[in-house]
Design a protein around this ligand. Structure first.
Ligand code: HEM
Ligand code: CA
Length: 270
């Protein structure tokens, strides 16, 4: 364990306070860290993951990153208050704090990510998953990122929190009844509800027949149609501890893609 050059205890509590003042920030911080990493190509070793390259053009203009200027702007005052942390570390730490704050697993944080200097290192557009596609596309994207089927399903379980916004993605609504809680309910809803077409939304999305308040994306329901994916949907629906443990591992791996020489920070409770 190595103390970072910023007061990580004070910073964690500032992030927590920011989220408790504005609950919808929590899920958006998780999505920010995911999209920053999601441009990686593990075969070409490019795409500048975990470098906060999304601050720059062209990446900040990609359609898939619409709406992420909100969590990025929200973190600016903390970057000013703790200038020794890199943006790249701050985005990841904020996501970990959000996950824990909402009741998800504690993820051991390591620091030392290096910020991109400009947009020349940004990956090409089109590397983030397209929600209108099915399991073949999901597998292609997560394989390119270096994740197997189990890890992909665990990661997509992050849709337990937050919601879709018409103005950002063209999709609308939350996946679960508690959009500010983090548990395996994405998987229990996916299995238990009867998912039917939502006729009110221009894009193709599904709603639960019972309440019509919940939504699933085509990529989400495709996890039910693919036997290798479905096996893990069923496992995580049955076992919240297993989901928490597997999500923590996969999200740590995601948020360390392309990095080197990271240092273990003191645990959040210490
Ligand atoms: C939100 C697609 C995987 C975390 C969204 C939205 C879409 C989407 C369309 C709505 C954005 C908006 O309108 O604001 C997908 C697809 C995935 C995927 C197609 C893979 C097949 C993931 C992964 C994570 C994640 C791996 C994290 C580990 C989130 C979170 C939100 C979200 C937390 C809610 C954001 C908010 O409430 O502001 N996703 N996603 N997603 N996604 Fe995903
Ligand atoms: Ca990046």
């Amino acid at each position: 364990v190595e103390e970072p050059p910023f007061d990580i205890r004070a910073l964690r509590s500032d992030i927590e306070n920011m989220i408790s003042d504005k609950l919808e920030l929590g899920p958006s911080l998780i999505r920010l860290a995911w999209h920053e990493a999601g441009s990686y190509d593990c075969f070409k070793k490019d795409g500048s993951p975990n470098s906060a390259s999304m601050r720059f053009k062209p990446e900040c203009m990609y359609a898939g990153n619409k709406g992420l200027e909100i969590p990025r702007k929200a973190l600016e005052p903390l970057k000013k208050k703790y200038p020794q942390i890199s943006y790249a570390d701050l985005w990841v730490l904020a996501a970990y704090v959000a996950i824990e704050y909402m009741g998800g697993p504690e993820i051991p944080f390591s620091w030392g990510r290096v910020d991109a200097k400009d947009g020349s290192v940004c990956g090409p557009d089109g590397r983030l998953p397209d929600a209108s596609k099915m399991q073949g596309h999901v597998r292609e994207v997560f394989t390119r990122l270096g994740f197997n089927d189990q890890e992909a399903v665990a990661l997509i379980g992050a849709h337990t929190c937050g919601e879709c916004h018409i103005k950002f993605s063209g999709y609308d609504g939350p996946w679960t009844h508690d959009k500010n809680g983090f548990d395996n309910s994405f998987f229990t809803q996916l299995l238990e509800e009867d998912w039917v077409l939502n006729p009110k939304i221009e894009k193709l999305q599904l709603m639960d027949r019972a309440t019509t308040k919940l939504m699933m994306l085509p990529t989400d329901v495709s996890l039910l149609l693919d036997p290798s994916y479905r096996k893990y949907v069923e496992l995580y629906a049955k076992d919240n501890d297993r989901f928490n443990a597997d999500f923590a591992k996969a999200f740590k791996k995601l948020t360390e893609l392309g990095t080197k020489n990271l240092h273990k920070a003191p645990a959040s409770g210490s």
